[in-house]
Every structure is written in C-alpha cells, then in structure tokens.
Design a protein around this ligand. Sequence first.
Ligand code: C5P
Length: 408
Amino acid sequence: MDVKKVLLGVTGGIAAYKSAEICRALQKKGIDVRVIMTENATRFISPLTFVALSGHDVHSDLFEDPKEPILHIDLARDSDLFLIAPCTANMLAKIANGIADDLMSSTALAMASPVIVAPAMNVHMYENAATQHNLCVCRQRGIHIVEPAQGRLACGDEGRGKLADVDDIVSYASSVLFSIDDASDETCKEEDDHDLCGMKILITAGPTVEPIDAVRSITNRSSGKMGYAIADCAKRRGADVVLVSGPVSIDAPAGVDLIKVETAEEMLSSCEDPFTQSDIAVFCAAVADLRPLKSFDRKLKKGIDDEALSTIDLVPNPDIIATLAAKKRDDQVVVGFAAETDDVIENAKQKLNAKHADMIVANKVGGGLAFGCDDDEVSFVTEDDVLSLPLMDKAQIADRLLDQVLKC
Ligand code: C5P
C-alpha cells in the first residue's frame, strides 16, 4: 500500500501544542505528515518543532517562496487528507464561507480529498449561533468535524470547546483516510485500516408491521435510514454485520447479513442467536409497542366485520432490547435509541436503566427531524456523559456512534 499523506493544519489557539502529539501519533500509523500553520499559530508553537517532527518544511505564508507561487494547490494535490487540528472559530468561519485569504484557508478550498476539522475554542464562541451555523454548513459540504470535548477550558470557563482527545482525532482521521479506497475491499489487512475488524455487530432497523387482517396493519413511519447507515458504516470499518430489518424501501449495504422480518415477535426471535454472538448490538428499529391480540388471515369486510374492525384489542409486544440486554455479557456493548418529543435527555437516561443499555442515542422527533430524514440531531447518553451533536447526516452520525461505542 502507498504511504498515505496527511496535511496537518495548525491554527492559532492554545491547543496548538497538541498538534505535535497528533503529528507523532499519525506518524506511528505509518502516515507521512506535512504541517502548515497560520501566522497566529506560530506564536503558540514554533514551526521548528514541526520541521523536526515531520522532516518537512513547514509553511505559513502563501507567498513566502516566489519560486513556488501555487503552494496551496501543490499541497492540496499532494495530500490524501487535510486535518486542521486545532481549528479556531475564525478558520472554521473562513472555510464555511469559502474565504481563501491565507495559506490554510486557500489550501482547504483547493482540497479535492477529504478535509477534517477539529474545532477548539471558548465555550461561548463554540455555542455562538454563527459558529454552529458554520459547523452545519461545513458538514453539509462533506467536511468532517471532530466535535470538541466538554470540560474546563484554558480561559477558565466550563463547557464544550476543548480540542477532542488526540486519540479520537487520530482514529477518526485514520478511519477516513483508510476508508477512501477500501470500500470494496472485503478483507481486513491491517488492524488500523478497519478498527471494527473481527467484531460482530447486530443492528435492528426499520419499523415493525403488526397485522390486523390480510391487508391492514399497525406500523410507523420509520424509514430504516439510520439503522442502514450504521450497518454500512460498521461494514466499511471491518465488522461482520447482521442487520435485522422490518420492511423498508432502501437497499441493504453490500456484504451485510440481512434478515427481513415483519413483526416484533419475528424481530426478537431473529435477533436471539446473532445477539449471543455479537460484540456490539445496536437496536435502532422502531418496534411497535402493541399488536392486535387477534389477527385475521382474510380481509375484514365493512358491513360484515364491523365489530372486529371497530374494536381491536391490543397486547404489548416484547421489548426486544430489554429482553436481550438483560442477559448481556460484560464484554458486550448494547446501544438503544430513544425518539422523544419532550424531555429528550431525561427520558433517555431512564431508558439506559430500563433497557440495560450502555448507551442511548436520543433524538427529538417532530419539526421535520428524525423519521424519514437524511439528517438528524442526536445526543449520545451514557451513565456519566451526554454528548450532543449538532445537525448532521445519518452517515456521519453512524460514524460518530461507532466511535463512541468503541470508547464504551
Ligand atoms: O421504549 P421505546 O420504544 O421508546 O424504546 C426505544 C428503544 O427500544 C429503541 O432502541 C428500540 O429499538 C427498542 N425497542 C425494542 N423493542 C420494543 C420497543 C422498543 O427493542 N418493543
């Protein structure tokens, strides 16, 4: 395999010193790292540090070498990935707006390969509507974001804005880098190429359909997009995936083991075996809570079966996740979903215990979010933490979810 080339962009924030660790960690994965810096970044950490670490010249000025007038184009062309870590609010705003007034922003605009930004800033700057808008714009344009962490910030404020963990940034970068050209490669070559290699993942997806008669049923509007995005992402990251799905109108990702079901009872019995063999189980399906006590093989007819049609007795369906997770092994990670209209985080916390889950992915439904959309706004709720992500597409949520599961 060719040596991968990462261009590491360092912007002027207090976390700039962590870029040296990022540089070293990428190199340990066999990646060739070149560094560019903003002028302000050079006030926090010397370019000499990165010259010594990377073994390459370090540039910060678009016009520093008259012999090399198109430095940003050359750098962009010669890199498989551009990772800006830390990325200041200013640089994020420039990228979101397509501004190209220095080497870093010009290179970002010229990149045809993936761009990842790891923002780091004061909590109020991060929460400012302008920054949140810029993050959304970047995301919609396919720029990857490694969200900042929560904690005590250098300025003394508490909140989200700390540069994400170096390990998280590096593992995110390498999963993007190595998934660029291996999507069709079914074999696991190196551990770092596929961080879920050798793992078995069970995923439930879509709605369940509970028959009333031959033509009528109780169901819901789940599209299956979230569960299928997780299955796709897990497969690309090297896992063996069993996808137990209710009826949906999308195709299953290549290479996953698809089990089609209709009812909640079928979903439970199809999950039992794969669950015992799984390392990770993600219960994403929108399972009908209730089913008709009696279902008819024929079509009930108006005028003849009015009583059966007007009074449908319902009985509870088994809770699939709660049933299976009650017997989970210590080394298994179980993830549930909670779609709520109100008190989203509070309800998710209650579900953690009720469902014996290690993590609940909470999302607010209504206002066009969740069911059927390509984008969603979710929070990962665990016993000790709540990580709320801004609006992003379901493929990116899937990636972040699996990153979080690996931490569990
Ligand atoms: O209780 P609620 O339906 O809100 O819980 C949602 C979570 O529980 C989801 O992860 C869903 O897949 C799972 N679930 C289940 N079996 C049910 C109902 C929900 O596995 N009968």
